[in-house]
Design a protein around this ligand. Structure first.
Ligand SMILES: Cc1cc2nc3c(=O)[nH]c(=O)nc-3n(C[C@H](O)[C@H](O)[C@H](O)COP(=O)(O)OP(=O)(O)OC[C@H]3O[C@@H](n4cnc5c(N)ncnc54)[C@H](O)[C@@H]3O)c2cc1C
Length: 436
């Protein structure tokens, strides 16, 4: 059996960062990913192909239905991000005594973080920003993980994978890890940790139906909510007993002057309500196909509104939701239960009122305004620091670590990638120190 210094399970931003950093340090690394390298993005069907259950992973019980987007491909959910870059929230990590300043700064340089010029931000975003500021809010351009030299105006394809390579995704780190000697095992689903005398010594699972196992001196789980099943089977029963999804809600309206169907998602917006109320407001709206599904989930009587998919001006509120719900690792189609708490609903409603004011200001009539049901794009906090892992991200089983959105101590209520990459860089420094 092959022996590695580090086996990393899951190639999203958390896993790809650890793999890249350890490969750069000369360690023998295996990156195991259950999905494939699906390159043909750019349309709805191919995007669905890289998501668990084609993007239709929903809660148990079915009503009220909560949909959460879960990746199933090389690069994880980062292939579909809007490219919105927000640094690790200090208030969340201060509470557990972790300072990510140095790693966040390092990550910011790698991830092409910067604000876009007006022509790439787009007129619709600029007009929304002006309208919000006229109403007394404090909107500004938002940092993005975008290479402005490769990006083009009037394009909203970040969430469709960006075929131009203008948007950073974890694949850049994964590929760099391989260029520095790491091995990538695609279509390799890890199910169990191999534990000997209280220490993790490897992992086992299957590759295209055939059993596989890999021995390693250190094991890092970066498979998001996938970590829960492996940890519980290894005896860590606390994993996934509650979690967060950063509930988001879209509100769209039809303005005679603009629409957001072909502009950079989340290129402007505001964080002014984050410290006090735990939410952010950013312009972004589902693609026509996502909109159709979300309208159907709201109620079949709303489906005809899908014909206006390219006319909507859309905004989103994203909240720090309460830790609530549970992961069900043995259920493929209903792998969690989760619904917004009372406080979550209040936050969403407060953000919703702000969004409606902005939409009215740009000319949207009340009868054109549609509010979609809350959904989640950031499954997180299943293996929280202080609960399932310690501040070094190590579990109760020696040499077994978690590093991805699962370790955040509570809902971030913000885009996650920058935080997870910073955590990956921090863990890599610790892992290297254990080899000295
Ligand atoms: C539509 C959308 C837009 C977003 N936009 C932004 C944005 O603009 N900015 C931002 O910062 N964040 C954004 N996010 C959030 C961000 O993409 C995720 O929070 C981030 O990718 C989480 O990284 P991760 O490493 O925790 O896990 P993931 O990206 O979820 O990766 C986990 C990986 O593990 C693999 N895996 C799972 N189980 C197993 C197993 N048993 N064996 C092997 N492999 C396994 C999966 O296939 C996946 O590749 C967005 C998310 C979505 C869905």
């Amino acid at each position: 059996m092959k022996e590695y210094d580090v086996v990393v399970v899951g190639s999203g931003p958390g896993g790809a960062t650890v793999a890249r950093e350890m490969a750069l340090k000369g360690r023998k690394v295996l990156l195991a990913e259950r999905g494939g390298r699906w390159n043909w993005l750019g349309n709805t069907i191919s995007v669905a192909m890289i998501l668990q259950n084609f993007g239709l992973t929903v809660s148990k019980p079915l009503l009220p239905m909560t949909q959460v987007t879960i990746a199933d491909n090389y690069g994880g959910a980062s292939t579909l991000i809007c490219g919105c870059a927000m640094p690790p929230p200090k208030k969340v990590f201060d509470e557990v005594g972790i300072d990510l300043t140095a790693e966040a700064e390092e990550a910011g340089k790698d991830l092409w973080v910067g604000k876009l010029p007006d022509e790439l931000v787009g007129q619709a975003n600029l007009r929304l920003m002006e309208a919000a500021n006229d109403l007394g809010y404090h909107w500004d351009k938002v940092d993005k993980f975008i290479d402005a030299d490769k990006c083009i105006p009037d394009c909203s394809d970040c969430m469709m994978g960006c075929s131009r390579g203008a948007k950073w995704s974890a694949r850049f780190y994964g590929d760099e890890a391989m260029a520095n000697g790491a091995e990538l095992a695609l279509h390799t689903r890890i199910d169990d940790i191999i534990v000997e005398q209280g220490k993790a010594v490897g992992v086992k699972g299957s590759c295209l139906g055939k059993p596989v196992s890999f021995h390693a001196k250190r094991v890092v789980l970066s498979s998001g909510i996938g970590n829960t099943g492996m940890l519980r089977r290894a005896g860590i029963q606390e994993a996934g007993r509650t979690f967060a999804v950063d509930f988001l809600q879209f509100v769209g309206g039809i303005s005679p002057h603009l629409n957001t169907s072909r502009v950079q998602p989340m290129a402007v917006g505001t964080l002014e309500h984050y410290e006090s109320d735990g939410f952010v407001v950013l312009p972004v709206f589902p693609t026509w196909s996502q909109l159709t599904v979300l309208l159907a989930m709201k109620g079949l009587q709303h489906l005809p509104k899908a014909r206006n998919a390219f006319r909507y001006t859309g905004l989103m509120v994203k909240i720090q939701d309460d830790l609530k719900g549970e992961i069900h690792p043995d259920s493929r189609f209903f792998p969690f239960s989760k619904e917004p708490s009372h406080d979550d609903k209040l936050k969403l409603a407060k953000g919703g009122e702000i969004m409606k004011k902005v939409l009215r200001k740009v000319g949207a009539s009340d009868d054109s305004i549609v509010e979609l049901n809350p959904s989640g794009a950031h499954p997180s906090a299943t293996c929280r620091i202080g609960d399932v892992v310690d501040t070094r991200l190590e579990t109760a089983i020696a040499n077994l670590y978690c590093c991805d959105a699962s370790v955040v101590p509570k809902a971030l209520g913000l885009p996650v990638v920058w935080t997870v990459v910073a955590l990956g860089k921090r863990l890599a420094k610790h892992l290297e120190s254990t080899f000295q």
